[in-house]
Every structure is written in C-alpha cells, then in structure tokens.
Design a protein around this ligand. Structure first.
Ligand code: HMG
Ligand code: MG
Length: 297
C-alpha cells in the first residue's frame, strides 16, 4: 500500500455552494489560484449545475476562464446532466464529476430525479466525455445516512458505486453528506464497496457535522483508501441536505496524514494560510483547528 494520499480539494465547489452570501468571482478565482500553489493535485474548481438551483456558483464559466491552470493539477467541475457537461466543456474543463446518491429521498431533493433517472442523465455525458478525452469522477452521496430516509442500506451504496464504476467513472467518491457516520461504520462501508469496486478507484468524502470526519478518514486510510476529499477552512455543505455542514478541513487532514508518515505533496503552511484567507473573505474565523493553531504558534 502506497504511503501517498491524494487530496481532492473541494472548497471552491462544495465550500462555496453552501454560503448564504454571494462570493465575488474574483475571490473564487483567487481561491483556486492560491490552492494551486500549495502542492494540491486535484482542485474541484466550480459547478455547472442549474443556476436556479445553486445561484452561488452561477459564475462557473467566468471562474474557469479566470483561473491559472498549473501543469500537473487537475480542475474537475461538477455536472448533473448534458447541459452542464456542454457548459463545462466550453469552459475548457478536462475533468468533470457526476453525482447521485444511495438514498432515493435525498436524490429527489438534490437533483429532482430518482437514482436511476439521474444515472440515465449522465450515461450520455460519460459517452461524450470518453469521446472528448475528458475524465469523469463519480460521487455517491448519503453513504452513511440520509436526512430524509435515515438509515441507508450498505447494499444500496455498493450497487450505485458499482454502477458508476461500470459506466466508466475512473474514481468513485463515497460521500457522508450529512456527517453522521462513525469510524467503524465508515470502514465497513468502504470495505463493502471495495469488495465490488477496486480500492484504487475509490475516494472518501466526509462532512464534519457530528465531529467525526477526521476519525472516519483515518479509519478508511487504515482500511486502504488513498484518496480523500476535503475543503480548506472546513467550508462546505449541500444546500439540499438538511443539517449538512462543512467538509473535513484540508489543513486538519494534511496535518493528520503527515503525522501518520503519509505524504500528500502539500505545503501545510501555505494551505493553512489559504484557509485563513478564505475564512476572512467569508467574514469569519477559519473552521480548521490546525489553521488556528498554526496562526497562534
Ligand atoms: P430540474 O429543475 O429538474 O431540471 O433540475 P430541468 O431540466 O427542468 O431544468 C430547470 C432549469 O434549469 C431549466 O431552465 C434548464 O435549462 C436549467 P429554464 O428552462 O427553467 O429556464 N438547467 C441548467 N442550466 C445550466 N446548467 C445546467 C442546467 N440543467 C438545467 N446544468 C437539475 C435538475 C439536476 C438541473 C437540478 O436539480 C440541479 O442543478 N441540481 C443541483 C443540486 C446541487 O448542485 N447540489 C449540490 C451538489 S451535490 C453535493 O454537494 C454532494 C457532494 O458534495 C457529495 C456529498 O457530500 O455527499 C457531491
Ligand atoms: Mg459534499
């Protein structure tokens, strides 16, 4: 098992989609550019969903036009359907992420479609992406619980993840959208999926609503996963998941991984500085404990 973990930084998308105040396009661009200078290899830059549903990211094309793309860094963007894919492609995206859920009740609220109908929408996206040489990542939400349905059977998580992988997603990110999972359950969920989808095609995505995100990532790293999503300053949350709050903070995750002797290629000080900069832009203190400790040191 390799001692490198790739972090997928999702603050520009997951972080900013949930902010009540509008963030200036120039600040979004500066955020991505600052993140690009920290050693991150994957930065989810924005989202081409319907601006009626997520007005916070209506400026996705301007963000993509403004960022400086560093060689060796991937800038995936979220797309829900062919319309989003066309907009993403026109903006020069070379990687996209499609998303669905393990819970029908959540998926209906998030994308106004059943799980199968949402997958049907992105079958043509995957085919077109293959033709265009665009890589596709897939998300499965509500893998450890749903705000509307409650418990989510493991078999449903495995079924949806297997389907996305079979359709051609090179990586499946398993999302605890509302942050209710705990370490043993997270590990059990990951191993159940890994019995059907190769571990090196899996990633984990934990929100920290109940304070469990870091423990959950640690359990999954020990179980073998080598890709984790996180957001600087602990920003994030899905506007269509009642009670969802921030992602695990990237600074806290990097500090933990480096402490475990695992390389990330990321400059922690630069990352923490970016997290504090973002928090200041959002008018609050950083949600990263490591970011605060480094500032006080
Ligand atoms: P709908 O209303 O059922 O679909 O929305 P529609 O096709 O009738 O479209 C409605 C209007 O939006 C139409 O405009 C479309 O043209 C337009 P109108 O005719 O009324 O003028 N439209 C679009 N415009 C621009 N780009 C597009 C697009 N698509 C439609 N791509 C839809 C269905 C899927 C579009 C909508 O429900 C949607 O956009 N949902 C996105 C919700 C969202 O972004 N949630 C947060 C991201 S997921 C997440 O955070 C979880 C994750 O982090 C993992 C985890 O934590 O678990 C990934
Ligand atoms: Mg999320």
């Amino acid at each position: 098992m390799s001692d490198f973990v790739r972090i997928v930084e999702v603050a520009p998308r997951d972080g900013l989609q949930n902010e009540s105040a509008m963030v200036a396009t120039a600040d979004k661009i500066e955020l991505v550019d600052r993140l690009s200078a920290t050693g991150l290899r994957s930065i989810e830059a924005t989202s081409f969903v319907s601006p009626k549903w997520v007005p916070q990211l209506a400026d996705a094309a301007q963000v993509m036009a403004g960022i400086r793309r560093r060689p060796g860094v991937s800038y995936p963007v979220l797309v829900p359907n062919e319309q989003g894919y066309a907009r993403a492609l026109a903006s020069g995206a070379t990687e996209v992420a499609v998303f669905t859920a393990a819970s029908e009740a959540f998926n209906l609220r998030n994308v106004n479609a059943s799980i199968d109908a949402s997958i049907d929408r992105f079958v043509p996206v995957l085919a077109q992406a293959r033709a265009d040489g665009v890589r596709v990542r897939g998300y499965v939400s509500t893998v450890l619980g749903c705000p509307y349905q409650g418990e989510v059977p493991l078999a449903d998580v495995v079924r949806v993840a297997r389907r996305l992988h079979a359709l051609g997603c090179y990586e499946i990110s398993l999302g605890d959208t509302i942050g209710v999972g705990t370490a043993h359950k997270a590990r059990e969920m990951l191993l159940a999926v890994a019995s059907e989808v190769p571990m090196d095609a899996l990633a984990v995505h934990f929100h920290d609503t109940w304070g469990q995100a870091l423990a959950n990532v640690a359990a999954c790293i020990e179980a073998g996963v080598r890709v984790a999503d996180s957001a600087v300053a602990g920003t994030g949350g899905c506007p269509y998941a009642r009670g969802a709050s921030g992602n695990v903070a990237s600074e806290d995750l990097v500090y933990m991984l480096h402490g475990m002797g695992i390389d990330t290629g990321i400059d922690l000080e630069a990352l923490a500085e970016t997290g504090r900069w973002l928090a200041a832009r959002l008018g609050r203190e950083t949600g990263s404990k490591v970011g605060r400790a480094l500032a006080a040191a």
